[in-house]
Design a protein around this ligand. Structure first.
Ligand SMILES: Cc1cc2nc3c(=O)[nH]c(=O)nc-3n(C[C@H](O)[C@H](O)[C@H](O)COP(=O)(O)O)c2cc1C
Length: 370
């Protein structure tokens, strides 16, 4: 308990000193250009939000196979690296820090999004039980994915290593490994989606092996003090479930201690993916993991100004990530500092479209002028 710490207290995060403890959460917005290449519009969007102590980008596929939604950016082609340079330069010119979120969606993809209509890959040939795949022609039922051969797993690790190298070339300050929200690494962790009998399935240690190998590979590129990992221990998004979530995530969080990462980023039980959960029953919040994790903790999910300050004062988290509020309030830190009114967000423009609902939310300055 340290009641002197609040959202505006500076903090060390791995290699960096951050001016405040407000993190812009990773937010998929489906507005990349042709070839899933970031463009000026995206650079403007991130630059508007540069007063966050740290920006974490939208999830970004490490390979064509990792793609799961139309118009999400990648980090596997030279054009994408150059597109991201527009973003990192715009953020750095304004004094910000930005990490790239490394992503492979696994079974959440669809043959329409895969090279030559291939099946999506997954730990096991089990389709998500709920929801629909997002394709260029709208929503379609999920297909049953193809289980990765054991011999293919090193290639998956290499996809993340190459993505990490490309992120370095694109000028980022670090990377976050997306092991949350029911995507490939999370599919490996959960026994509902992982029925493998090789060294990547069965025991919790085996199911966590891919995440550990990916983390090691990414750390080998960036150094541990510029790498974070995101987990959603009570998340059900992507139809993931497990017979013992508490044992699973207690193990995973403890095992991540070995790397001495820049941070661990945890999604609270209050949210599932991008939705608020009323009356969550899971106890797997940052409060539960605080004594287990030895390093810096970022907590995300349903925070406002008051609850963000409260979790910092309690010591249960070191930084707080804001998602939906950063979509509609580019100057969220300033608004919190002044306790000013917030712009409401428009859910209909979250995913895809043009600058509307993206770069046209006004800052306080613009509102005062207008
Ligand atoms: C539009 C939208 C897109 C999102 N995209 C991602 C993403 O790319 N990667 C990720 O880890 N989480 C993603 N999330 C989850 C957020 O990072 C965050 O955990 C969630 O919105 C809860 O925080 P909030 O209550 O502050 O919005 C997304 C959420 C929303 C609303």
């Amino acid at each position: 308990m340290n009641t002197n710490i609040d959202l505006f207290s500076p903090v060390r995060l791995g290699r960096y000193e951050l001016p405040n403890r407000m993190v812009m959460a990773p937010l998929t917005r489906n507005r990349a250009g042709e070839g899933n290449v970031p463009r000026e519009l995206n650079a403007e969007y991130y630059a508007q939000r540069v007063s966050a102590g740290l920006i974490i980008t939208e999830a970004t596929q490490v390979s064509p196979q990792g793609l799961g939604y139309p118009f999400t950016p990648g980090i596997h082609s030279q054009e994408q690296v150059e597109g991201w340079r527009l973003v990192t330069k715009a953020v750095h010119d304004r004094g910000g820090k930005i990490f790239l979120q490394l992503w492979h969606v696994g079974r959440i993809s669809h043959p329409d999004l895969q090279v030559d209509g291939a099946l999506p890959v997954a730990p096991s040939a089990i389709a998500p039980s709920e929801g629909m795949a997002a394709t260029y022609e709208g929503e379609k039922p999920y297909v049953t994915p193809r289980a990765l051969e054991t011999a293919e797993i090193p290639g998956i690790v290499e996809q993340y290593r190459q993505g990490a190298k490309n992120a370095l070339a694109a000028g980022f300050d670090g990377v976050e490994i997306h092991s949350a929200n029911g995507y490939l690494l999370d599919q490996f962790l959960h026994d509902g989606s992982n029925h493998r009998t090789d060294e990547y399935g069965g025991s919790i240690e085996n199911r966590a092996r891919l995440l550990m190998e990916v983390t090691e590979a990414v750390v080998s590129v960036w150094g541990a003090d510029r790498v974070g990992v995101r987990l959603s221990p009570s998340g059900t998004f992507g139809s993931v479930y497990d017979s013992d979530l508490k044992a699973l995530f207690t193990y995973v969080v403890d095992a991540l201690n070995q790397f001495e990462l820049a941070y661990l980023h945890l999604v609270e039980p209050r949210v599932a993916g991008n939705e608020t959960v009323e009356n969550p029953t899971s106890e797997l919040s940052s409060k539960y993991f605080r004594p287990i994790y030895k390093g810096t903790l970022i907590s995300a999910g349903g925070y406002d100004r008051e609850s963000g300050n409260a979790v910092l004062a309690s010591g249960d988290a070191d930084l707080v990530a804001y998602g939906r509020l950063f979509i509609s309030n580019p100057d969220l830190p300033q608004r919190f500092a002044l306790n000013a009114q917030l712009n409401p967000y428009d859910r209909s423009s979250f995913y895809g479209g043009d600058k509307r609902g993206y770069t046209d939310y006004p800052s306080l300055e613009l509102q005062a002028a207008g």
